[in-house]
Design a protein around this ligand. Sequence first.
Ligand code: MFK
Length: 540
Amino acid sequence: MFNQSPPQLGNQFDDDPVLRSYLARALPPEVYGSIESELKEMGAMTGGPLYQFQLADRKSEPVHTPWDAWGNRIDQIELTPLWRAAEPLAARSGLIAIPYERQHGAWSRVHQFALVYLFTPSTDVYSCPLAMTDGAARTLSISGNQALAERALPHMTSRDPKQFWTSGQWMTESTGGSDVGLSETTARQDSDGRWRLYGRKWFTSAIGSQMALTLARPDGNPRGGKGLALFYLEVRDEAGKLNGIAVNRLKDKLGTRKVPTAELTLDGAIATPVIGLGDGVKNIAPMLNVTRTWNSVTSAAYMRRAIALARDYASRRFAFGSMLSEKPLHLETLAGMQTEFEAAFHLTFFLVELLGKTEAGAASESEGELLRLLTPIVKLTTAKQCVAVCSEALECFGGAGYVEDTGLPALLRDAQVLPIWEGTTNVLALDALRAAHGGNALHSMVAEVAAIAGKMRDSDLKSAVTQAREMMESARRMVAHAPSGEQERNARRIALTLGRSLALALLCAQAQWSLDSGQEPSSTAAARRFRIADLGGGLV
Ligand code: MFK
């Protein structure tokens, strides 16, 4: 009887020429040389034992126990075995620590996110608590609140699993996840001066964390985002008792099934204001920008995993007289997926470079503005690509891609969260439009592509960058001249056009470098076939 052999993964660093050639181009050789062995080790683990663990742990989900046998409210959350293993691995590998240790200056974010990119697809969205922890660490480190920074940062950035804390980001209420200014949670000060929070948080990702940043409206404050304040709280006291928090239930979600996303009631939770008593939305924005970057890295990483599995399977699957890997139409399908992945990868790591430069104080004012504009654009662009590529990857397996115990359907279910959380495509497109009006970022983007155009010698690449420039210009003109209603109606198209045209230019930059340096060919095929107009980009 015939049994189809399952797809296999090798070392996910060694097998990824896109990552390796990007690092060889972007990083100073001494930086690359000093991090290569860490990446290789992570690639061996995530393509080997961790991937096997993930498959074996497929059915585990977190368990919420609200009461103990004697009627005490305990709200215990038991995490899954894979997540329990992921946490110490993340801490030891410095997945949060690296950008705060800043051993490689402005390149520290590339160092961190190259490891995250390898780690993420084998740990079933453990990237969620890590993203929020990184966002909280960034927010506290620039908050000016020294007491809170001294209390929490050493835990969040620890490489010692016993000291390591993760953070929640409790924003969403039942009034909505997008219009955060509608939040109903209130903050009241005790007679002893302590702040206590009262309300219901409707989507609190990863309730297993030790601390959280959250928003609440101090009594008497006005409505809207400006009347909210940013608060820090610790989830349990030293005895393990919950801090005025009850876990009502865990969400029953389409995907991210290992993430213990909870509905909470805050009934007098003791909390500390982080930065004053207003401007909560603005003050939590640094956290959002970091988690949106994690979202982009996760999108690229999931695409890479989906393609790695589909490619391997193509060399095992025999049908209609030959292997799938010998069939022109199947190869064409895989090449289309690879193109979207490479574009997403370069777009994401360009953003990561800007974030690293900004944090290291090495970015110009215009690079800072570009980072603000690109963060929503890259998040929304790559999330859409990820869902499309993961869906296509399942189809590459035929019926097996639709069967749970292959582990494949989880890829698509988990990918589907990426355009939803951390700002939906439309909310982020509108955010990008506001950022585009706020400074010179659009001009900086056009200038970036013009600089890339100046370096092209290959004629195909040159004409591809010319197309990217023209498309970007058309989006810039619309932002500059179209009536505001028309801009709003086209905001998604504008954002995707900007994202996809920059991605094309960055693909060409990588391709020209690989042609010039005689390294293994990288991104040349992708640069030649990438189409801006796919997935809703393209204003024409
Ligand atoms: C794989 C890993 C992924 C990570 C997993 C994490 C899981 C966490 C799960 C979640 O928590 S998901 C929920 C996440 N929620 C959101 O992302 C909210 C989406 N909605 C928005 O982003 C809206 O655009 C926003 C709430 C910000 C709009 O609210 P408002 O009240 O209309 O704010 P407004 O007026 O746009 O901005 C207020 C101020 O903040 C302005 O500054 P000024 O007061 O000085 O004018 C803005 O410029 C500033 N601001 C807003 N967004 C910013 C920002 N500044 C910098 N960066 C931003 N992104």
